[in-house]
Design a protein around this ligand. Sequence first.
Ligand SMILES: [Zn+2]
Ligand SMILES: [Zn+2]
Length: 121
Amino acid sequence: MKVKDCVVCTAYRQRRAHVLAPAIAKQAFIRGVMPMVVTVEFMFAVHRRHLAGRTLSTRVHTPTLHRPDGGKTTITVQRVCNGCQKSLGDATEAELEAAVAGRPLPDVRLECGCLAQDVAA
Ligand SMILES: [Zn+2]
Ligand SMILES: [Zn+2]
């Protein structure tokens, strides 16, 4: 299945366009290519993760750091999908703030890929 035929990845691109578009435009500017080139490469990478059964998220996973001198262990809070419980990677500032304030965390099922279409859309 090609990425342009994939409803999951297409929905992901459309619903996250407000985040992706500026990042893609910046990349295109740095590399001196058309934004379309970067978009295609990016979506190809997203769909490859999707086909591999991983989440669509581009978040980094910061592993737990054990200090060799036996000092404090640094744990980076991981965000887990509110739909399927898969780990998406490091939690964002906004998610940490929401958690501390006791507010509901943002819906990440689209970023995960376990929800093809946002039901509210
Ligand atoms: Zn896909
Ligand atoms: Zn999920």
